[in-house]
Design a protein around this ligand. Structure first.
Ligand SMILES: Nc1ncnc2c1ncn2[C@@H]1O[C@H](COP(=O)(O)OP(=O)(O)OP(=O)(O)O)[C@@H](O)[C@H]1O
Ligand SMILES: [Mg+2]
Length: 250
């Protein structure tokens, strides 16, 4: 079998004070796969993402990206291969939408014309008209629009791996459903390796190749959406109970 895109081998992470945030994580993500990390608030999802692009280093075990331990990667090179859409979109407030999206191409010294074309293409891809939105500042957008700009920015460098931390959390349910389906089609076309964090079970079931359910810093369940639906695990059942309509109206 080919080298996994991402491989956690007995990865733990402890704070200097001794508190354990991640415990003995074992997990492989294959190229082109969409792993959805699901879990309650504080279960360790964002911490897991931050390990992958070496914003945090394991205090135990090894985490490999494309076969090489993150600690052996040059952090800059690693981050160019791993696009990251952070939980709050993280746009630069004093740059326009177009400047935000063109950040990495600019750093890589592309010609202005090529940057412009790429920015327009990406804004259109995430459903924002470049003529209307390109010149605006982040504060002139809604939360959901800012999230889309964050996604366009992460796609700009065409990284083979992308980490997306609740990228659709600020969208209304209808737009959210639309963008989930668009995103799934886009994913089929681009074939990237994705690690996608959400609290939303439906979103996980729509997008995932496999679902990893975290609880208190541990991976409590790992499997396909079909296996997730059939699992007897308590935490899986607790999440599934959130999407049973009878429970809501009874
Ligand atoms: N630098 C830090 N110092 C102390 N505690 C931290 C630090 N970073 C994270 N934590 C704690 O680690 C736990 C996991 O945090 P993490 O951000 O990974 O959760 P999460 O699953 O992403 O939650 P959410 O769904 O709310 O975003 C939480 O209890 C959090 O308070
Ligand atoms: Mg988080």
């Amino acid at each position: 079998m080919s080298t996994p895109s991402i491989a956690f081998e007995h990865v733990s992470f402890q704070l200097p004070g001794g508190r354990t945030l991640l415990e003995d994580l074992n997990l492989e993500v294959q190229a082109g796969e969409t792993l959805v990390l699901l879990g309650r608030s504080g279960s360790g999802k964002t911490t897991t993402m931050r390990m992958i692009n070496r914003m945090l280093e394991p205090t135990g075990g090894v985490l490999r990206v494309q076969g090489t331990a993150t600690t052996a990667w040059d952090p800059i090179k690693l981050r160019r291969r791993v696009g990251y859409v952070i939980q709050e979109a993280g746009l630069f407030p004093h740059q326009t939408v177009a400047e935000n999206v063109g950040l990495v191409p600019r750093l890589e010294g592309w010609e202005p014309g090529r940057i412009r074309a790429r920015v327009d293409e990406l804004l259109a891809l995430v459903g924002l008209d470049p003529a209307q939105y390109g010149g605006r500042f982040p504060r002139e957008l809604s939360g959901g629009q800012r999230q889309r700009v964050g996604i366009a920015r992460a796609l700009a460098a065409d990284p083979p791996i992308m980490l997306l931390d609740e990228p659709f959390s600020a969208l209304d349910p209808i737009t959210r459903r639309d963008i989930q389906l668009e995103f799934k089609a886009l994913q089929r076309r681009l074939g990237k390796t994705l690690v996608f964090v959400t609290h939303d079970v439906r979103e996980a079931l729509v997008l995932a190749t496999r679902i990893g359910l975290m609880r208190d810093g541990k991976l409590q369940f790992l499997g396909t959406p079909t296996a997730f639906l059939a699992s007897a695990d308590d935490e899986v059942r607790a999440f599934l109970a959130c999407i049973e309509p009878e429970a809501e109206i009874a």
